[in-house]
Every structure is written in C-alpha cells, then in structure tokens.
Design a protein around this ligand. Structure first.
Ligand SMILES: Nc1ncnc2c1ncn2[C@@H]1O[C@H](COP(=O)(O)OP(=O)(O)OP(=O)(O)O)[C@@H](O)[C@H]1O
Length: 778
C-alpha cells in the first residue's frame, strides 16, 4: 500500500482518502502514515510504497525497486509510486518537466522493461500535444484490463465468433453435441440416484428379487450407455479444444505472417515482448480454458435445473431453494474475497514468456556467448528471470491456498451440513414450522409411491433418504462447480487479455501502414519542440511500386523510436546504375533499405521502385532456412516451384561453382541433405551461398547490405562481376574500398540526417592495399 509524501495540505489528504477508499485492503493502509500532500491548486499526488505492504490496486505485489508514474488521478494530477527519497526527487523533477529531471531519470539503472514503462508513464505526464505524438490507438498506454467485466465479455464474444463462425460450422455442431451429451449424462445421473434409492430400499426390505432387478440387471444394462456417454463427452470436448485452437491459430497466423507484420511486431513495436509464446502457449491455454469453462458451466447448469425439479417433487420446492439460497450467499462471499486471478494468470503467462525468451536467445546466440565466456552472466540473467516467475507462482499458490481453504469449507463441508439438514427435516421434524415447510411434500411422495402412507416405514425412509441425499449431493456439487467456475472465468479473463493484446497489436500494425508503431524505446523521449518538427516530417509518403527504376524523392528516414536518420533524401538509381551507400555506423544505410523494401514506413515524398518480385535483398548475415541444400539456394521458392521453372540440380550446381562453393553439395551429402545450415557453414560460406541465391533469382535490382564482408577480396570481386554480367543493378552498402569500382554513383550519409549523392569518378576510387602491400587503385 502507499502513503502520501511531499508537502502538507488538504488536497493530499483528500487524495489519500480517495485512494484508500478505492481499495479493499485499505484497513492495512491505516498503518501507513499519510505523510504529505501536494499543492492544492496543482493537485499532483505523489505516493510512496511502504516497504512492508504488498498489494497494489489489483492485489498484486509491487516490486519495491520500481518507480512507476501510474496514471492520472483526476484534476490533471498524477499518481506516482516511489520508494526512496532520491526516487521521489527524480519523479518530482520529471513531473515538473525540468530537463534535469528527465536526465536523472534516464541515468537510472532501470531494467529495459522498466525503462520502457517509465518512458510510457512519462509520456502520460507530458502535455496532451506531446502525448498525441504517441501512436493514435496506443493500446499499450493503458494497462490491459484483466477483469470479468463487460469489456471482457465483448472480447470473448469476438473470439467465440472466430472459433464458431457460423451455425453450419463443424465447431457449432460439436458444441451442440456437447450440450446434448451433457443432458444425457445428467439424466443418467438422476437414474443412478433413483436406482440407488431402490437398491437400498430392497436391501432394507430384504426383497431379493427387487435387489437382483435393480442392482444386477438394471446396472448391467445401463453401464453401456453410461460409459458411452461419458467417453463421447470427453471426445467432443477434446475435439472442440483442438478446433478452437486451430481456428484461432489460423486467424492469428493470417495476420502475423502476411505483409511482413511478423517483422513489424517484433522490430517496430515493443508492446509485445514474447510473441512466440502468445501464438503458441497462450492461444492453446485460451482455447482449453474456454472449452473447459463451457462444459464446466453447461453441465452444472443443467444439473441444477434437473436435480432441483426432481428434488422439488420429493422435498417440495423449499429443499432446492434452501440449497440454492445457501450457495448464492456463499458465492457472494467468495467473490468478495477472491484475489484477482485474471491478472495473476496474465502476469504468469508473461513471466513464462520472458523465461522462455531467455532460453531461446541463448540458443540463438550460443556461439557468440561461448566465445565471450558469457555463460555465468547468462546464468545469472536466466536464473533471475526464473526466480521472478517462481516468486509469482508462489504468490499465486498462496492466494489459491487461502481462497481454497474458504472454498472447501463453504462449498463442500458447510454445504454438506446444510444438505443433510434439508434431507432429514421431514423425518426428524413432524410438527411445527419445519413440518409445515417440508413434511407435506414428503408425505405426498410416499403416497405417490403407492405404499401405505406411513412415512415412518423403514424401507421407504431409507429409499427416500438415499435418493434425496444423492440428488442433494449432486445438486450441491453442481452449484459448487458453478461457483468454482467463477475462478476459471477469471483465469479465462487473464488468457483473454493476453490474446486480445496480441490481436490489438496486430490490428494496429495492419492498420497503420504509414505510421510508426508505438515503440516505447527511450529514444522517443524528446523535447516538445523537436517532436513538433519531427511530426511535420512524418507525413505519410507515396509509394509507386510498379515501375522499373528506383528513385527516392524527398523521402525522410525515421526510425521506430522516432529518430530522424535522413532528411529529404532524393536519389535516382535507374537500371544499370549501381549505387554505393557509405556513411558512419548508425547513419541509416540499412534503414534506407528497410524503407525501400517496405519494412519501415515511408515518410515525406515519393518512392518509386519495381514490384517486390523484381527486387532481392542480401543481408550481411544471410538467413538459412530449415531444409535441404537445394532449398537454401532457391529460398524462398520451393522445390516444386523450381521444377516448374524447368530448373534442375545441375543448374544449381553451376551457381555454387560461380560462388566458389562447388564442393558443397558433395561435401554435405547431396542436394537433399537436411541439416542446420546456419551451424555447419562458415560466415564466408554463408555469404557466398547467399550470392548463389541472388544469382538464382536474378532480380532486376539487388540490395546488398555488407553481404560480402566475410568473403575474401578476390572472390568478392568475382561475385560483383558476375552480378553485373547477369544485368542485376546493385544498391550496395559496404565499407570496403575494393567495391567502389563496381559502382557508378555514391550516396554518402553524414550521420546527422544530411546526405550527398554524386557520380563516382576514377579519381574518387579509393586506393586499397595490393597483394604486396603497396597502395593501388581499387
Ligand atoms: N528496430 C529499430 N528500432 C529503433 N531503432 C532502430 C531500429 N533499427 C535500427 N535502429 C536505429 O537506427 C539507426 C540506423 O540504423 P542502421 O542499421 O540504418 O545503421 P547503419 O548506417 O546501417 O549502421 P552500420 O554501418 O553500423 O550497419 C541506428 O541508430 C539504430 O540504432
């Protein structure tokens, strides 16, 4: 919990009480001292977290080292959670907008995620004009709600529509099938209760033929349909789970894997850190929980209706009413005391994702890390992430344990006592108010059974007691399950929040082709003046992608964190004119290609370029796909595509020879051999293979981004000559002077958003060391 700090004044006290009254655990805050108050006029409230308190608004533990400027608290004020005096000073400085405040906050050694949250929070503290510079539909700026509220049901409905698109869909039929099977199962349960009553009655009355009839014949007959119904139910539920997952995964894959959204989601947008986990584990858990909830709610609902009507016949309507009334009160109590399981579930998934991400990063960069001897550092980092997950899980378990204790007492044991009382009322109380309530129905039941109306008949009492108690136990269990599925509902809310976050980000990325995604990197924290200027440069550009030349006209290159890299670029690269791009590190050379290939948004003027299928990109670290050697050369085509083009492995062999890799197919056991090519090839071999891929595709334009940096000079020259022979126009980024002679124009970036574009004259060609060390013209 928090207490206020700062100067004294009535506004702060009001804020303290307002905050306290919004929290159920406010009683504990009583221990916390409201120490300060903000200015009454400005009404800015600063709150500091008390070291021994543990809950934020949603009941989750706050990291005490965390600085968080949370949200607006009405009247233009902000709520800040700070702990130490130093943090308080920093937040105060930040909120007052002083440059020192921003600088000191930047210097803080916060973990990246926290820096991002801080930056996000800070942006909320800025004036509206600056905040508006954020992404227009910035879903991340508000924490995703993880409550069972209207918004949750609306979102859930949308996903259900994806899973069950129409009444004629397979999934709808399965859903109906489950409902029908559940009805059948409830009817069979009632039959079991009735039959149990009859068996007990036969035993008490020593009626052997009746016992044989009820126990042996009837159960032997009914066991087949009962077993069938139970297993059909399981089968249908599993089917629906798989189908739901299939539909949702197809829906997300459609969005994620088209229009290079997968690149934008991971490179241009920092809202989702572990998208792989969302697409795999979270979607699966969402589907499973949803389907489980459907069966866990439908069955008890049916049970409640059918068992109640059956019980009402023997105990009168008051029996089930007493039980249902008891459970309604119980569920209200449990609801009040239940921890925010939805939020806890969403947090758990996020932490699981972080942990997984650490491991996949380790696998991806294993070699580099091993060379650096970074094992210990990685171990500390991975263990730290795992510890965070464990701490969270521990918190969840404790929360479950606490509420589980209450659940068991209220839903199981006290409910049993109430149930037994209801069943035995007509037997023990034969006069007075209780009799008036229960006895008539009981007597009616006895009379209806055709026996003498003697309610004290032992066999009759035993039969009715057994049947009714079984029915009551089933009714209690059904209502209990309904109550407990409330918990499942909050868990579903957690998964829904995760999945809908993914949906929102993908939808934003699809929508905002020409807009920078709301990256929360620290670089976006700029002065207001700079932001306004930048905003003017960020007008969407025009793309003409059906011409056979490349031309940039007054284009601005702006990074996702809103840094202006190149301003007003105008460059003409007609076919046959190779352009070399140079400049300091980080000046925007590769970014030019990102804009050219449509990975980054186009701002400012107009970009003319051929369609994608006539351009090809060769990066410094070529991507080697899973598959055979053949598939590396022809990537992203398939073997079938290759055959359709009338090409054979011999043609590929020629290409490998052109890049001086002729031995590779033999060395690696032929064209069909599948292995992890990224691991088995050296850096230079990978780059040469990538050049063979370029020659295979033979595009009109090739974008070469330091793609021969690991290739020896002689082979590199040969590769560029070959590209020329094939009529491929090159746009090359390289720091190697040896490559100047293969180009006609040079584009120079100065690293301060300036640029120049000129012809390469023979005198311009830099001198490079020759074979004997002397300087010769490149
Ligand atoms: N996804 C991204 N989000 C934010 N900033 C980025 C992103 N990718 C690149 N940048 C930034 O954009 C700037 C330009 O990057 P770019 O890769 O174009 O540099 P470069 O000129 O090719 O450098 P080098 O010669 O080192 O390869 C760098 O400061 C980099 O940090």
């Amino acid at each position: 919990m928090e207490f206020a700090v700062g100067g004294m004044g009535p506004g702060g006290w009001a804020g303290a009480f307002r905050l306290a009254s919004r929290r159920r655990r406010a009683a504990r805050v009583a221990a916390a001292v409201v120490a300060g108050v903000a200015a009454v006029g400005g009404a800015t409230y600063y709150w500091t977290q008390q070291a021994d308190s543990d809950d934020d608004e949603n009941g989750s533990k706050l990291d005490l080292s965390e600085v968080e400027i949370n949200a607006e608290l009405g009247g233009g004020g902000q709520l800040a959670l700070v702990r130490s005096q130093r943090q308080r000073e920093q937040v105060t400085a930040l909120l007052s907008g002083s440059p020192e405040g921003r600088a000191s906050l930047r210097r803080r050694s916060l973990a990246p995620a926290r820096s991002q949250r801080l930056a996000k929070s800070a942006s909320m503290a800025r004036p509206p004009s600056m905040a508006a510079l954020q992404h227009p539909t910035d879903a991340s700026s508000s924490k995703t709600s993880v409550k069972v509220d209207r918004r949750f049901f609306t979102t859930l409905y949308r996903f259900v529509r994806i899973i069950i698109p129409s009444a004629r869909s397979h999934e709808f039929l399965v859903t109906l099938g489950i409902a029908a099977t559940l009805v059948a199962r409830t009817r069979l349960d009632i039959w079991v209760s009735d039959n149990a009553g009859d068996i007990v009655k036969a035993i008490v009355a020593r009626d052997r033929p009746a016992f044989i009839r009820r126990c042996i014949r009837d159960i032997s007959l009914m066991m087949f349909p009962m077993s069938f119904v139970n297993n059909v139910l399981k089968l249908l539920i599993s089917l629906l789970r798989v189908q739901s997952r299939k539909r949702l995964t197809a829906y997300f894959h459609e969005q994620y894997l088209s229009d290079q959204i997968f690149f934008k989601a991971t490179n241009l947008d920092s809202r989702i850190q572990n998208i792989d986990q969302l697409l795999t584990q979270d979607v699966e858990r969402f589907s499973t929980t949803l389907v489980n909830l459907y069966s866990n709610v439908t069955k008890p609902l049916l049970d409640v209706i059918l068992f109640s009507s059956r019980l009402a016949r023997s105990l009168g309507i008051k029996g089930p009413v007493v039980m249902i009334g008891y459970f309604l009160i119980t569920s209200a109590i449990l609801r009040k005391l239940q921890p925010p399981f939805g939020k806890l579930t969403a947090d758990e998934q996020r932490l699981e994702g972080d942990f997984r991400l650490c491991h996949s990063r380790l696998i991806t960069h294993a070699e580099e890390i091993a060379f650096y001897g970074g094992g210990l550092r990685e171990k500390i980092f991975i263990n730290g992430t795992f510890d965070r997950l464990l701490r969270h899980l521990h918190k969840v378990f404790v929360a479950r344990f606490r509420i589980g204790l209450l659940d068991s007492i209220l839903v199981k044991y006290l409910a049993t006592i109430v149930g037994y009382c209801v069943v035995s009322m007509p037997i023990f109380f034969s006069s007075g108010f209780i009799r008036a309530l229960f006895q008539p129905a009981f007597v009616r039941e006895v009379q209806r059974s055709g026996k003498a109306a003697d309610a004290t008949d032992a066999a009759m009492v035993a039969e009715m007691y057994t049947r009714n108690s079984r029915l009551l136990i089933s009714l209690s269990a059904a209502i209990g399950r309904l109550i407990l599925s409330g918990k499942e509902l909050t868990r579903l809310a957690g998964y829904t929040a995760r999945v809908s976050e993914l949906d929102a980000v993908l939808a934003d990325l699809r929508k905002s082709e020409a807009d920078v995604a709301p990256s929360l990197l620290s670089g976006q924290r700029r002065a207001a003046q700079e932001d306004v200027e930048l905003r003017a440069l960020m007008t969407p550009g025009r793309l003409v992608d059906n011409v056979d030349f490349v031309r940039f006209e007054n284009v601005n290159i702006i990074s996702p964190d809103r840094t202006l890299l190149v301003k007003g670029l105008t460059v003409d690269a007609p076919p046959g004119t190779n352009v070399l791009i140079t400049g300091p590190n980080g000046s925007g050379k590769s970014s030019l290609f990102r804009v050219l290939c449509g990975l980054w948004p186009l701002y400012g003027g107009t970009l003319y370029r051929p369609p994608n299928d006539r351009m090809f990109y060769v990066p410094q670290r070529p991507y080697l796909a899973l598959g055979s050697l053949r598939e590396q050369v022809i990537y992203p085509l398939t073997t079938r595509d290759m055959r359709e083009r009338g090409l054979r492995d011999d043609d590929l062999q020629q290409l490998l020879e052109q890049v001086h890799l002729g031995e590779l197919s033999k060395r690696r056991n032929g064209w069909d051999n599948v292995c992890d090519w990224a691991d088995v090839l050296s850096g230079g071999e990978k780059q040469r293979l990538a050049m063979a891929r370029l020659f295979f595709h033979r595009p009109q334009y090739a974008v070469l981004d330091e793609c021969t940096s690991a290739v020896s000079l002689d082979v590199e020259g040969f590769l560029y000559e070959r590209a020329r022979e094939l009529g491929i126009t090159l746009l090359t980024v390289s720091h190697r002077p040896s490559l100047w002679r293969f180009h006609e124009k040079v584009l120079r970036f100065d690293g301060h958003s300036g640029w120049s574009f000129s012809d390469i004259r023979p005198d311009d060609i830099p001198q490079v060391p020759g074979a004997n060390g002397e300087l010769v013209s490149a």
